[in-house]
Design a protein around this ligand. Sequence first.
Ligand SMILES: [Fe+2]
Length: 209
Amino acid sequence: MKIKIVNNFFDKSDIDHICSLKLHKKIDDNGIAVYHNKISKSGEIKSELFDEDTIKSLHKKYHPIALNILEELSPKKKDLYEFTEFHLVETGKDFQFPIHDDIPNKLLSGVIYIKPEQNSGTNFFDTKKGDGKREIEWKVNKAVFFSREEKNTWHSYGGDGKSRRVTIVYNLMTNDIKKVFLAEKTNQFFGSFRAFINPYLFKYFKFTI
Ligand SMILES: [Fe+2]
């Protein structure tokens, strides 16, 4: 699988702004809080954390870069783009997310490490069981991008047992998963079933298929 790493992804003023945001959601050591922010191709915004001008300016500045990366990693998916997610994710020091391959709606999956100075990065694997682990090490303002493929782009992340971890999850998205499976040449029926069932399996049983 192809992984694209970009050091110093955000301009200093943007990362300073992100760091200054007040994170009001309470989390415990094993917990996660997601602040959802979205902007569509036509400019429609739904945002929990950023004000409208900020999300518009982030989108204007970084969208061409993200779209180029999508073209490099998965050219067939570029035309499926419909909206962008700019979520801020805060996780407790002991939080662990299990190995997964991402939902089909994500054309380009990105994470930008925000704070603190030291933590754990994103882990990639050859199999769902966790063989062939490679960690993309944590460094403030480092961005890690990949384009998901059904049962191939296995990855996980978690805290380092010492401090809370703050990232921006920057995804280029589509609603049309039928075209995603066509672009990937993977099985639409099984893939759609996994995408439907996995959130429930994770919520109630803490595993995914
Ligand atoms: Fe993921």
